[in-house]
Design a protein around this ligand. Structure first.
Ligand code: HEC
Ligand code: HEC
Ligand code: HEC
Ligand code: HEC
Ligand code: HEC
Length: 533
């Protein structure tokens, strides 16, 4: 037996000196350490608690804000971080297709860049002045200087360009909806003067998206509330709006109310859907969001086709000055197109991409500099997508390039239809053919404009955008055929496809490869002045 074990025993023998941890000095030291640790943990806890409550309630209010505070600078004293972002919307932004070209004094004319737009709009104020959009800070001023105001415009215009709700409330004797209903009959200049006189001459502000009591998100715009209620009451499929499906399955004893029925996630898109939508805005009836049959381009077209003005006349936005066709003008349907895409269906909201979260010190805030997500791919896309920034940008660019090319083909087609109409009319072609061509022009222009006026260059729902553009081109060509008295043999939309295609189907003609598309950089087909053969 040896005095020293071959391996140190974990249990020290009592004959050995006490281990360090058992000495008095160690005891004192560990006491000190314990005190320090407790202090540290307490400090940490206090810190976490403070941060948590900062997150929960970062709203140490320096000033009280209420429904009539349309000047966001006042709110900015309570929420300086969000206000900083909000103010940055005055800065210029530019991407390949987003933001604006042109000078800081005024964005570039879209109708000069794409002459087919101007041709389509002949007979309407958009053929006079139609520019690139820019940041929210400019919305009121840009509206006040547009030459579209050289034609009489309705007070409805201000619904989406100013912090107008207190003016509605005042006009309606306390009732916002009642006030709103009067404004279409006022001239733009009259309502604009009221707005400034009452001290509310500000662009979109905090009060338009937030409840001043608790800062919860809310919608305030009567146009949106009416429109979404009509959508909810319809049969239209709404796969991207689960709260509507839920409301429909309930008692339906009161109208759908976005402010109490919608989820917070839906409100993150609804606040934008107050303005980034298709609408009727003139002096014959109140501002209308046309969603009573659904949100797709075809649903909206059907809604307008069935709409009558109060005087009984069939609805149209204007008559084309060269063909006399009663046509529709589409306006920035971002909310509608987004609804048809995979992101909406996956619960990805406008705010996810256009107001992504950012860290400011310990606080996570939403970026209130609303702009193109391509200027911010890291926060706007890479929170969900693992691909590199460059790869994400190139995916977007591929979608946008395809959309752009198809749209230019549509532009060429509509110009050729108008040319053909003018030539046919001069050649005294029978009236019924002319009428058919007008009808095709209305259908084609509606679709082309729907995608041209939408501001994502197809990104919000790429396949849907391509479908709509393909129909636009088809209708323009059918219009040309109609003028020639030719049969229009293509499948009308809505015709069910054969249930199953035999594998070997396809005559030589059907399976022939399509004429090769021009390379991405090739110029679009030039509009030709000659009528088609
Ligand atoms: C998945 C991300 C995503 C979602 C969700 C999304 N967008 Fe976009 N949006 C984009 C991208 C990408 C573009 C193209 C930007 C560009 O070309 O610079 C764009 C473009 C736009 C533009 C034009 C921007 C500019 O700089 O000119 C507007 C306006 C817009 N979106 C509004 C909306 C609205 C309103 C919603 C919700 C109804 C929405 N977006 C939902 C990604 C998104
Ligand atoms: C339903 C909301 C809504 C209404 C109503 C509305 N706008 Fe706008 N307006 C927008 C949105 C969203 C944009 C930015 C997107 C774009 O330019 O496509 C915009 C952009 C503009 C611009 C800048 C780009 C351009 O088109 O030259 C002008 C000017 C403008 N609107 C004037 C008007 C006038 C005049 C009226 C009334 C006839 C009006 N707006 C009614 C929502 C609206
Ligand atoms: C009160 C109406 C209104 C609301 C609400 C609104 N917008 Fe806008 N938005 C506009 C108008 C008008 C413009 C064009 C202003 C101009 O060109 O002067 C615009 C411009 C934009 C632009 C172009 C910015 C740039 O730098 O070119 C984007 C992107 C955008 N809005 C996204 C959104 C998103 C996302 C939401 C919701 C979080 C939203 N908007 C809510 C009316 C609105
Ligand atoms: C176009 C609508 C819109 C406007 C205008 C707007 N906000 Fe927001 N704000 C949002 C959205 C969307 C969120 C995200 C809320 C959520 O997900 O619950 C948000 C969130 C917030 C929050 C919660 C913390 C955070 O950042 O996520 C605060 C505070 C806030 N906004 C303050 C302001 C202030 C102050 C203004 C005016 C200077 C303002 N907002 C203007 C849409 C808007
Ligand atoms: C909140 C999460 C989220 C954000 C933010 C987001 N995406 Fe997506 N994205 C998705 C989901 C989910 C899909 C559907 C694909 C799937 O289910 O795998 C998708 C699909 C796509 C697709 C395929 C589109 C199609 O029609 O098939 C592209 C391209 C894309 N995203 C680009 C972007 C870009 C660019 C951004 C930033 C501007 C972005 N995404 C932001 C979640 C997100």
């Amino acid at each position: 037996m040896t005095s020293t074990p071959p391996n140190p025993s974990p249990n020290p023998s009592p004959s050995l000196p006490p281990p360090f941890w058992a000495t008095r000095r160690a005891l004192v030291l560990s006491l000190v350490a314990a005190v320090a640790l407790t202090a540290g943990v307490t400090a940490l806890l206090v810190n976490i608690f403070t941060r948590k409550s900062e997150q929960r309630n970062p709203y140490v209010r320096v000033v009280e804000v209420g429904e009539n505070d349309t000047d966001s600078a006042k709110w900015g004293r309570n929420w300086p971080l969000q206000y900083d972002g909000y103010r940055r919307t005055a800065f210029p932004t530019r991407t390949r297709f987003g933001g604006h070209a042109g000078s800081e004094a005024l964005p570039e004319e879209k109708i000069a860049r794409d002459p087919w737009l101007k041709r389509m709009f002949l007979g309407y104020a958009f053929s006079i002045d139609y520019r690139d959009r820019r940041g929210h800070a400019h919305m009121l001023a840009d509206q006040e200087v547009t030459k579209r105001l050289s034609k009489p415009q309705s007070g409805s215009c201000l619904h989406c360009h100013a912090s107008i709700i207190p003016v509605y409330r005042e006009l309606g004797g306390g009732d916002v909806m009642a006030g709103f209903e009067q404004t279409f009959a006022l001239s733009y200049q009259e309502l604009n003067k009221k707005l400034h006189d009452s001290g509310h001459g500000h662009p979109l502000g905090c009060v338009d998206c937030h409840d001043p009591k608790d800062m919860g998100l809310r919608v305030t715009r009567p146009g949106f509330i009416r429109g979404i209620q009509a959508l909810a009451s319809s049969e239209a499929a709404v796969p991207a709006l689960p709260s509507i499906a839920l409301w429909r399955s309930g008692k339906r004893d009161r109208p759908y109310d976005p402010n109490s029925d919608a989820s917070r996630n839906e409100l993150r898109s609804f606040v934008c859907g107050q303005c980034h939508v298709e609408y009727y805005c003139a002096s014959k009836m109140p501002l209308t969001f046309p969603w009573g049959k659904g949100l797709k381009a075809d649903d909206i077209e059907a809604f307008w086709n069935e709409t009558k003005f109060p005087n009984g006349e069939a609805f149209s936005d204007y008559s084309h000055s060269e063909t006399g066709a009663p046509v529709l003008k589409a306006q920035h349907p971002e909310f509608e197109l987004w609804n048809q895409g995979i992101h909406a269906r996956s619960g990805v909201s406008c705010a996810d991409c256009h107001m992504p979260y950012m860290r400011e010190g310990a606080t996570k805030i939403s970026d209130h500099w609303v702009r193109s997500p391509l200027l911010n791919v890291n926060r706007a896309c890479q929170t969900c997508h693992r691909a590199s920034e460059e790869e994400m940008k190139s995916r977007v660019d591929a979608i946008q390039q395809r959309n752009y090319d198809l749209m230019q083909r549509g532009g060429a087609a509509i110009v050729q239809l108008i040319d053909a109409y003018v030539a046919a009319k001069a050649a005294a072609v029978p009236e019924d053919r002319l009428r058919q061509a007008q009808d095709f022009q209305r259908k084609s222009q509606w679709r082309l404009d729907f995608i041209a006026a939408e501001n994502s260059m197809g990104f919000h729902a790429p396949q849907e955008a391509a479908r709509i553009l393909a129909e636009a081109i088809d209708y323009a060509r059918q219009g040309q055929l109609a003028l020639l008295g030719g049969a229009t043999g293509s499948t009308p939309p809505g015709t069910p496809a054969p249930a199953a295609m035999p594998a070997a189907a396809g005559s030589a003609a059907a399976s022939a490869p399509p004429a090769s598309a021009p390379p991405a950089s090739a110029p679009p087909p030039a509009p030709s002045a000659s009528a088609p053969r």
